[in-house]
Design a protein around this ligand. Sequence first.
Ligand code: NAD
Ligand code: 6OD
Length: 480
Amino acid sequence: MAAMKPAHYVNGAFTAAGTAFPLRSPVDGREIGTVPEASRETVDEAVRAARAAVEGPWGRTSVEERCAYLRRIADGIEARFDEFVAAEVADTGKPRDLAATVDIPRAIGNFRSYADLAYGRPERAYPTTVPGWSGSGRALNYTVRRPLGVVAVISPWNLPLLLLTWKVAPALAAGNAVVAKPSEETPSTATLLAEVIDAAGLPAGAFNLVHGHGANAAGEHLTAHPGVDAIAFTGASATGSAIMRNAAAHVTPVSFELGGKNPALVFADADLEEAVEGTLRSSFTHSGQICLCTERVYVQRPVYDAFVEALAERARGLRDYGPMISAEHRDKVLSYYRLAVEEGATVLAGGGVPVFGDARDGGYYVEPTVVAGLPQTARTVREEVFGPICHVAPFDDEDEAVRLANDSPYGLAATVWTTDLSRAHRVAPRIEAGIVWVNCWNLRDLRTPFGGVKASGIGREGGEYSLDFFSEPVNVCVKI
Ligand code: NAD
Ligand code: 6OD
């Protein structure tokens, strides 16, 4: 593959302004390209271009026109599907199959589904009667939604295009201009997206892209910028706090999708085979680098031994998995593998670094790992690792299962494995999480609310929830 050359896209033009930093392949550590770091001036230029777009041709587009643009963008990604897949694989090291069946199709789906949703969205009207009024004594209240203006979108490296477009599509559909900053680790598909948007003919400044790091760099320049009207961020909870501190200065609204320490509850009445396979998938897909991945597994005592043995055996058998995103992240994950042992865990699978005997030995791989035997208070059980590790523990009854699931600073997603339908409906709403999957995991319908409680986020995105965040209701009252 040719060297990756990510570029900023500001006011309808590509530029590689700024000091370049290297982009490394997580598969073997090789340098595969360079990325320009956006300066404060470049970020400022992008925000000004976005403002001009909102006040100019982009601000005058109808929802029908914007939805047509969104469909053109979806078609444009589809037309360059293989290029997008290759770029996502190069940046992240994830298995090609994952990028080709999840990341890129979902990015296309994000644009198409928000085109459908925004186009078909009804507005509300309230016929009002005011007794004692002169004249008709009636009025018509109706509510329209106007865009917020300039929206900053900051995204992480794990599902780079999926998570970027998850926010860009509804923000544009609602009529905002966007300044996006993808993760410094994964700039390539964002650059391809800018090319597709350019070819789709959106007015200059409607979509802008700046590359660079977060703290004290492009990300912070953007989220602290007084010209930004809203911030949609996906990433770590600690970063969310830092962004919120800056946002507070201008009372800028935020939508945050943050970290998780997601529990799985396996009841004794579960289909055990399905629960084992499901937990294998929920813990180890993309090597655990999905915010929805399970890191805490609670199993009802009668099936505990059988479940744990089967899960550990299958984890040991996993072969086709990708690396951690960076050497730094690999070191963090390995530090948790060591911490688990220091805290007294029994390692049932993995726990180390695989040896492949090829170029991948220079990459950032860690073994899929299952540990057990830790108390609820252990750091391994409380802190998000964001790697392929889960801790398994037993429980006795439903109340204890719910208590253990909720005993966490996070509250993003949970899975419940049971064949008892009444139990499923009883347990699911008691779990402190934004999303509860029963006998499945990561089954997505893009119209549903997505987000977390506690340290896992602020607000909900998805379907009308995103369109609500990216717009402001204005009530108009007309006296009849
Ligand atoms: P991160 O928070 O380090 O970085 C995310 C983005 O924020 C990057 O673009 C980064 O450059 C930028 N950033 C970092 N510091 C910043 C600052 N001070 N100001 C402005 N921008 C800043 O997260 P990551 O390591 O890229 O991703 C992993 C984390 O993201 C995990 O905690 C994971 O759970 C979370 N995540 C959550 C969801 C969700 O939907 N809830 C989805 C994916 C990832
Ligand atoms: O599926 C989605 O819409 C979504 N936001 C997934 C987030 C995954 C976290 O890594």
